[in-house]
Design a protein around this ligand. Structure first.
Ligand code: GDP
Ligand code: IMO
Ligand code: MG
Length: 434
């Protein structure tokens, strides 16, 4: 009987999908509350790898309910593909397993074209977005010109909104961004059909979620991206266009903050980042290459190689604070096996001073020199370890040093991409030892 938010603590791709899949065992309901198809959450079950972009990562548990909350921006065309892919892999045959908020804003084809066109035009000033239309879709939402799922079922409203949007966007696409224009009638036909197709999933999810909370269900809120990609708390403007931190779970689902019992931060054992923007502990050397290769660090959405570097506790303490993290899950610890020494960034040196808090000025972040603490590495392959006590002492020490620097406890250690590559220390809902 608890409601737990799970969020990324770095620049995304921490292994949220894997941990959500594991935690779904303990949950009744899994809910996505922000972001959209920019997310790529990987689950590995046996030899099968499934990458989820918009559907919550609990979907491979047939007896658990998944919900797409109002705070997401939903691309119906790719949602249909995601559903088909799940069915091909033997999952999600019961339509009632997925509910979608009728208030959710839609990512339209013109959002994707705007995203890609603006990035191209920006040249070396680009953000390095996933090209999924996320920024333009959230911009329309805030600008009050967005199209919500419920709008598809009122012909006049939908036509009028399309007309207003295309009158503004088509000339901009064609004249400024060198992108094709969108045809209003085609969009109307296509999205009306998609809406009818997906209608069985549609409901007032705020009412449903609040009822489930009242019934005492265990609810897991699945964040996308990570704290440093948050629109307010990240390395702005090199961020995504949503609030990726824990507070967004409430607004993104239509529940009150009084209902939240805990927040789990997912922490990768080193740092990665896709796209542009400052990254103080990035390693442009054989260490970075080794992490990239051993960690198979390629974007789950775009396939781009991820930039890699040492773990950064300035970043992580920032994530602890802005999310109010109550526990942590450490992932990809196995990737560090075989490194003689491991570095942990504990502060930044900026203009000759040691700084412990993440600076708001991203130029300062970019110019900062990480202050490292070095710990011993371990040689053993730890991917088969299933109990904390069986980890090499150097790995246990690494975890302890992090825990001390962050002041929050690790309740899960992940040592492999598969479900069973996991050391479960505590039940995330009850915090009882396992
Ligand atoms: P997410 O966006 O936070 O869900 O993370 P991604 O799925 O984008 O990236 C994490 C990658 O690491 C995926 O390929 C996972 O299969 C993989 N992974 C997750 N946990 C572990 C782990 O403990 N060890 C290893 N070696 N791989 C992991
Ligand atoms: P998950 O949920 C890593 C990054 C993009 C880019 C910036 C803005 O899998 O952790 P956007 O398309 O959102 O406008 O791009 O944010 N980005 C992610 N990086 N993991 C993600 O999601 C990301 N979603 C967006 O690379 O730098
Ligand atoms: Mg990802």
């Amino acid at each position: 009987m608890a409601n737990i938010i799970l969020v990324g603590s770095q620049w995304g791709d921490e292994g949220k999908g894997k941990v959500v899949d594991i935690y779904t065992e303990f949950a009744d309901v899994v809910i996505r509350f922000q972001g959209g198809g920019n997310a790529g959450h990987t689950i590995v079950i046996g030899d099968q790898q499934i990458i989820l972009h918009q559907i919550p990562s609990g979907i491979c548990h047939p007896d658990k309910l998944c919900i797409i909350g109002n705070g997401m921006v939903l691309d119906l065309e790719t949602l249909v593909e995601e559903i088909e892919l799940l069915r091909k892999n033997g999952y999600f045959f019961d339509d009632s397993q997925l509910l979608i908020s009728e208030e959710v804003h839609l990512v339209m084809p013109y959002h994707r074209l705007l995203d890609v066109g603006k990035e191209k035009k920006a040249g070396d000033k680009k953000i390095g977005t996933t090209g999924r239309g996320i920024g333009p879709a959230y911009a329309d939402k805030i600008n009050r010109t967005g199209i919500r799922f419920i709008d598809l079922f009122d012909e006049n409203v939908f036509r009028e909104k399309l007309e207003i949007n295309l009158a503004e966007k088509n000339p901009y696409l064609a004249n400024q961004l060198d992108q094709p224009e969108c045809n209003g009638n085609e969009l109307f036909e296509k999205f009306t059909a998609l809406g009818e197709n997906l209608k069985p999933h549609l409901t007032n999810t705020s009412v449903t979620i609040n009822r489930l909370i009242q019934e005492g269900k265990n609810i897991l809120f699945e964040g996308a991206q990570g704290a440093l990609l948050d629109i307010d708390h990240g390395t702005y403007p090199y961020v995504t266009s949503s609030s990726t931190t824990a507070g967004a779970a409430c607004t993104g689902c239509g529940i009150g903050p009084t209902k939240i019992d805990g927040v789990v931060g997912i922490v990768k054992a080193y740092s990665t980042r896709v796209g542009e923007g400052p990254f103080p502990t990035e390693q442009h050397n054989e260490i970075g290459e080794r992490l990239q290769e051993h960690g198979k660090e390629f974007g789950a959405t775009t396939g781009r190689p991820r930039r890699c570097g040492w773990i950064d506790t300035v970043v992580l303490r920032h994530a602890v604070r802005v999310n109010g993290l109550t526990s942590l899950a450490l992932t990809k610890l196995d990737v560090l096996s075989g490194m003689e020494k491991i570095k942990i960034c504990r502060a930044y040196r900026i203009d000759g001073c040691e700084v412990a808090e993440f600076p708001a000025n991203i130029q300062k972040v970019a110019d900062s020199a990480p202050v490292y603490e070095e710990v011993e590495g371990w040689n053993q392959d730890i991917s088969a370890v299933r109990r904390n006590e069986d980890l090499p002492s150097a790995a246990k020490n690494y975890i302890n040093v992090l825990q001390e620097l962050l002041g929050v406890e690790f309740i899960l250690i992940s040592v492999g991409a598969k479900r069973d590559g996991t050391i479960l220390l505590k039940n995330p809902f009850t915090l009882e030892r396992i």
